[in-house]
Ligand binder design. Structure first.
Ligand SMILES: NC(=O)c1ccc[n+]([C@@H]2O[C@H](COP(=O)([O-])OP(=O)(O)OC[C@H]3O[C@@H](n4cnc5c(N)ncnc54)[C@H](O)[C@@H]3O)[C@@H](O)[C@H]2O)c1
Length: 262
């Protein structure tokens, strides 16, 4: 590894995985640590955060677990305070948390809409608002928010697409506001990566998703994590307000079988 995040202090939200296997947050937390960052692994479910911390420590790197629900302002403030208390500051906030909804417009209940918007979009606002003063104190930093190609393509998944499109608008607005303080804010829009979040789709959908992109290969959480490493690192010092699409080319092709996109 190349120590691209040496001496950085990072928070990764949703740093656990909901099932066996590797989610985007978990892979990103592991890569951040391998690149030299100290990583606060935040998850609503403490054991999930602890599992990721165990992997990172097992590789000889530094991490801590914090249980927090990032749809709550008080929990977001507490996670930032925990990073400052443990390591003296904050340089990177990786807003990874998200839940899916696969319902079309007429099937989407109001409660589900509210929940998806709260977890996928409001959490990014609350966490970024809590972290910005801490990042500014260090002379700047990086915020990375996980969107989805669902924000860019016409599909079902009404609430999910709306929330993930909101993430891109949020990133552009906040990047313009925080730029003068040296804080960069970017989004990643992953395509159909195979993670515990989509395992319930089953093997046929998995194969359809693989075939749907231009490369015809399956994306993994590592692919998303490497994008986050770049955007969080000083190598991206002049990149802000952007959306990095990591999707094997699904957004530039109309191949058959694309119905299984995330
Ligand atoms: N898998 C895909 O194909 C795909 C594609 C595009 C985007 N994404 C996005 O990637 C992100 C992460 O996906 P993943 O694979 O890591 O999912 P995952 O479900 O495996 O992990 C997410 C973690 O977030 C935690 N979490 C959920 N709500 C939380 C909350 N309110 N506060 C704190 N923690 C909470 C869960 O406990 C879980 O451990 C999501 O934003 C998702 O929308 C995934």
């Amino acid at each position: 590894m190349s120590d691209r995040l040496n001496d950085k202090i990072a928070i990764v939200t949703g740093a656990g995985s909901r099932g066996p296997g590797l989610g985007n947050g978990k892979a990103t937390a592991i890569l951040f640590a391998r690149e030299g960052a100290r990583v606060l692994c935040v998850d609503r479910v403490r054991e999930r955060a602890e599992e990721t911390v165990g992997i990172i420590r097992g590789e000889g790197h530094e991490a801590q677990a914090v249980a927090a629900d990032v749809t709550r302002a008080s929990d977001c403030a507490a996670m930032v305070a925990a990073a400052e208390r443990s390591w003296g500051g904050l340089d990177i906030l990786h807003n990874n948390v998200g839940i899916e909804s696969r319902k079309d417009l007429l099937d989407t209940e109001e409660d589900e809409w509210d929940q998806v918007l709260a977890v996928d979009l409001k959490s990014m606002f609350l966490a970024t608002r809590a972290a910005a003063p801490a990042l500014a104190k260090r002379g700047g930093g990086a915020v990375v928010c996980v969107s989805s190609v669902a924000a860019l393509r016409g599909h079902g998944r009404t609430a999910y697409a709306a929330a993930k499109a909101g993430v891109i608008g949020f990133v552009r607005s906040v990047a313009a506001q925080l730029g003068p303080q040296g804080i960069r804010v970017n989004a990643i829009a992953p395509g159909a990566v195979w993670t515990p979040m989509v395992e319930n789709l089953g093997p046929e959908a998995r194969e359809r998703r693989r075939r749907a992109n231009a490369l015809g290969t399956e994306g993994t959480a590592w692919d998303v994590g490497w994008g986050a490493v770049y955007l969080a690192s000083d190598q991206a010092r002049w990149v802000t307000g952007q959306t990095l699409i990591i999707d094997g080319g699904i957004t530039i092709t109309t191949r058959e079988g694309s119905l299984g996109a995330p």
